[in-house]
Design a protein around this ligand. Structure first.
Ligand code: FES
Ligand code: FES
Length: 156
């Protein structure tokens, strides 16, 4: 076991865990941030997507020892970053994107990261950025429409 100081959603947390522990499990089991989901555990589904230094990343593939001082944002911290519901979250609700909901926090984290770097993404850019996030309910059409709506509302 080793001690790590993690900055998660703007707050510092000390955890005492094995250095190889994936950040997914540190968030869920040690910090009780259960919005980040476990899907495949092998980097193939995107359910565990978080932001590390603002970049979307699969937390099941990220050992806690690799984080260092880089800030982590989870779905619980997205509202705090903008001070209100994020335009992506608003669009998600307006277009009723979710079906079972399991993949959706990962989808939203990927979408928020995309719009940070590309505020007006093309369809191809959306497809490429979201290609690592699987939805077994097949909500892809609504996900794309919600990202386009969020992009429009953010650039108004
Ligand atoms: S749980 Fe991390 S990619 Fe599937
Ligand atoms: S909404 Fe069910 S897996 Fe995506």
């Amino acid at each position: 076991m080793s001690k790590f100081n993690l900055k998660v959603n703007g707050k510092n947390h000390e955890v005492d865990v094995d250095p190889t522990t994936p950040v997914l499990w540190v968030l869920r089991d040690h910090l009780n941030l259960i919005g980040t989901k476990f899907g495949c555990g092998v980097g193939s589904c995107g359910a565990c997507t978080i932001h590390l230094n603002g970049r979307a990343l699969k937390s099941c593939q990220l050992p806690v020892a690799a984080v260092g001082t880089q800030p982590i944002t989870t779905i619980e911290g997205v509202v705090e970053e903008v001070g209100e519901m994020h335009p992506v979250q608003k669009a998600w609700l307006e277009l009723d994107v979710a079906q079972c909901g399991y993949c959706q926090t990962g989808q939203i984290m990927a979408a928020v990261a995309l719009l940070k770097t590309k505020p007006n993404p093309t369809e191809e850019e959306i497809e490429s950025a979201m290609s690592g996030n699987i939805c077994r309910c097949g909500t892809y059409v609504r996900i794309k429409a919600a990202i386009q709506q969020a992009a429009k509302s953010s650039t108004k």
